[in-house]
Design a binder for this molecule. Structure first.
Ligand code: 13P
Length: 251
C-alpha cells in the first residue's frame, strides 16, 4: 500500500523569517496521525533552520536541486553530502524550470539521480510534456523518453527509493491543472513503464505524484485517482491554509 506524499516546493520564495513563519503555522496543523507523508522543500538558505524547526514533527525536508559532482572546486553548487548533513531526505531532480532555464538535459539528470542515491537521498524525479508536445499527441513518448534516459542502469533498489512526479509543463504556475482523467492516464502509463523495466511488484510500490496548479479546490479529484500517489505543490504550498487543505484531501 503506497502512502501518499504531499510535498511543497517553495521554489525561489521565502527568506529565513518567512520560512520559519510558514513552518510554524503548518506544524500546528499537521499531526502525527496524518494519513499522508508531508515534505517541505524550501530554498537552500532555509534548509538549516527548517531542519531544526521540523525536528520531531514527522514532516520531511527536501532540497530543490543538487550538484551531479561530489565536491571540490565547483563554485556555487551544493553537494548531496551537504544536503544529507543538513537533514534532507528528498531532493527534486529534473524540475521543468531547471530543464528550461538552466538547460538541464536527461544525461545530467541521470548523473544527479545517481549522485543523490549514492549519498542516501531519495530523489523526486520530475517529468512532463509541453503544451505543444501534448497537442501533437507526443505526451506519452516524451515521458517514456525522459524516464528511460533517467533510470538508465538503475538497480531495483534505486528505483524503489525514487518518487516520480508527473508535472505537465503547461500546468505549472498557470492555474490550468491537468484534468484528473488526463493525469491518471499518464500516471498509469508511467506505472506500466516501471512494470516493463523493473517488474510488477516494484511498479506497485513506486510512488507517482502529480504537480501543476494543485489547489485545495482540485486536490481531492486528483488524489482520488488510483495511480496518483500524492502531489507536488508549488504556489499553494506558500500559504499554510491552502497547503494544509491539500494535505487534508488525502484519505
Ligand atoms: P504550481 O503548483 O505553482 O503550479 O507549481 C507546480 C510545481 O512546479 C511544483 O514543483
Amino acid at each position: 500500500m503506497r502512502k501518499q506524499l504531499i510535498a511543497g516546493n517553495w521554489k525561489m520564495n521565502t527568506t529565513i523569517p518567512e520560512s520559519l513563519e510558514l513552518i510554524h503555522q503548518l506544524k500546528e496543523r499537521v499531526s502525527s496521525s496524518c494519513p499522508a507523508e508531508v515534505a517541505l522543500i524550501p530554498p537552500f538558505t532555509s534548509l538549516s533552520v527548517a531542519a531544526a524547526a521540523l525536528r520531531g514533527t514527522g514532516i520531511q525536508l527536501g532540497a530543490q536541486n543538487l550538484s551531479h559532482l561530489a565536491g571540490g572546486a565547483v563554485t556555487g553548487e551544493i553537494s548531496g553530502a551537504m544536503l544529507v548533513s543538513v537533514g534532507c531526505r528528498y531532493v527534486l531532480i529534473g524540475h521543468s524550470e531547471r530543464r528550461k532555464l538552466f538547460q538541464e538535459n536527461d544525461a545530467l539528470i541521470h548523473l544527479k539521480l545517481k549522485m543523490a542515491l549514492s549519498e542516501g537521498l531519495w530523489p523526486i524525479l520530475c517529468v512532463g510534456e509541453s503544451w505543444e508536445e501534448r497537442e501533437a499527441g507526443q505526451a506519452r513518448d516524451v515521458i517514456k523518453n525522459q524516464l528511460e534516459k533517467s533510470w538508465n542502469h538503475f538497480t531495483p533498489m534505486e528505483m524503489r527509493k525514487t518518487t516520480i512526479a508527473y508535472e505537465p509543463v503547461w500546468a505549472i504556475g498557470t492555474g490550468k491543472n491537468a484534468q484528473p482523467e488526463q493525469a491518471q492516464d499518464i500516471h498509469e502509463h508511467i506505472r506500466a513503464l516501471v512494470d516493463s523495466q523493473f517488474g510488477a511488484e516494484l511498479a506497485q510500490e513506486v510512488r507517482i505524484i502529480y504537480g501543476g496548479s494543485v489547489t485545495p479546490e482540485n486536490s481531492s479529484s486528483l488524489l482520488i485517482q488510483p495511480d496518483i500517489d500524492g502531489a507536488l505543490v508549488g504556489g499553494a504550498s506558500l500559504e499554510a491554509n491552502s497547503f494544509y487543505a491539500i494535505i487534508e484531501a488525502v484519505h
